[in-house]
Design a protein around this ligand. Structure first.
Ligand SMILES: NC(=O)c1ccc[n+]([C@@H]2O[C@H](COP(=O)([O-])OP(=O)(O)OC[C@H]3O[C@@H](n4cnc5c(N)ncnc54)[C@H](O)[C@@H]3O)[C@@H](O)[C@H]2O)c1
Length: 317
């Protein structure tokens, strides 16, 4: 029988790539649950074979209605932009912590759900100065966004230990690809370059990130759905580490635009210098990222070039 899967945050960046991948490759009965914040876009999924439920994770009644008859829940819904959390963290606490608590509380009382996959982030580990973080590394978040994600992770693990909730957590590195909101570094760079606008980079651009093409993250999440153990965390990284300035220069080079478009601006507070993941635990389950950085950037640039109406003239970035 077809399984019912609820994808929260399914109209955001990674959630919509996940839904589109499932629609193409699997036979699930898909429900998308989304509050439709500024970060979402209904055009991210062009398929009538899904059910859409507009709702807020912060609202217990919305959650109760959505989770009835669900076999699997994958929770992408979150406030996700660090800069916004520095200006005001209110919605981050509500969606990223209380929203997760509402799912857990439902699952504590209703045992219909076989599996809860929670999407977390490598940012919970904080600054990776001279090492890679594995799943046993300490949590050391340095900005309000990552503090809310770390809080949710701890709550989830506590619910697993206390009530046996069937849950696994994924912590991925920086994603990029189609449908990413233009406020994030890679789409912003591509769009500003297309418009010949100055591209702002924090500090000296030396912050290093591990860059993961979104389809690879989606495949990693599906691997955890299939083979991940309850109560376990799985890092998902690409091992492709580049400084922000290197990424921006690569994009400009591919687009044949001058580096003089780069403009360094004041660094943001609490900006971690490096994120770095050891993903060997998931690799041991058969996961391997497939998209190298040049292929991933080329695909992403082509997508933003070919989908101007998706981003042009939109507010909030
Ligand atoms: N983008 C990355 O590089 C990255 C890396 C690691 C982890 N993550 C995590 O992956 C998840 C998805 O990230 P993204 O980049 O796709 O985010 P996004 O901001 O693009 O999308 C978030 C989606 O969640 C929805 N949403 C927000 N609050 C909600 C609420 N209270 N109730 C229901 N829906 C709500 C929004 O409307 C939006 O559609 C997040 O949990 C994020 O922390 C992202």
């Amino acid at each position: 029988m077809q399984k019912n899967i609820l994808v929260t945050g399914g109209y955001g960046f990674i959630g919509s790539n996940f839904v589109n991948y499932l629609l193409k490759n699997y036979d699930y009965n898909i429900k998308v649950f989304d509050k439709l914040t500024y970060a979402s876009n209904l055009n991210n999924i062009k398929n009538d074979n899904i059910e859409f439920i507009k709702g807020d994770l912060f609202n217990k009644i919305d959650i109760e209605k959505a989770l009835k008859d669900v076999d699997i829940i994958v929770n992408f819904a979150a406030e996700s932009h660090v800069d916004r959390s520095i200006v005001d963290a209110h919605d981050f606490l509500n969606s990223n912590i209380y929203g997760v608590y509402n799912i857990l509380d439902y699952m504590k009382e209703n045992r219909n759900i076989e599996k809860f996959i929670h999407i977390s982030t490598d940012e919970v580990y904080g600054n990776a100065l001279n090492k890679k973080f594995d799943e046993n590394s300490c949590l050391n978040p340095n900005n309000p966004y990552s503090a809310t994600k770390a809080s949710a992770d701890l709550l989830i693990l506590a619910y697993f230990k206390t009530y046996g909730i069937p849950v696994s957590i994924t912590r991925s590195s920086n994603n990029y690809g189609p449908y990413q909101h233009p406020e994030k570094l890679i789409p912003k760079t591509i769009i500003y370059a297309l418009l010949d606008k100055k591209i702002p980079i924090y500090g000296n651009g030396k912050n290093r990130r591990d860059w993961l093409y979104v389809d690879d993250n989606v495949k990693g999440i599906i691997k955890v759905m299939a083979r991940g153990k309850n109560g376990e965390i799985y890092n998902i990284g690409s091992e492709i580490e580049l400084e922000n300035i290197e990424i921006v220069k690569k994009i400009l080079h591919i687009m044949n635009k001058p580096e003089s478009l780069i403009k360094c601006v004041n660094d943001r507070p609490g900006n971690d210098l490096r994120y770095s993941l050891d993903s060997s635990k998931l690799n041991a389950l058969g996961f391997k990222p497939e998209v190298d950085i040049n292929e991933g950037l080329n695909k992403t640039i082509d997508w933003y070039k070919n989908n101007k109406s998706w981003w042009y003239g939109k507010k909030n970035w």
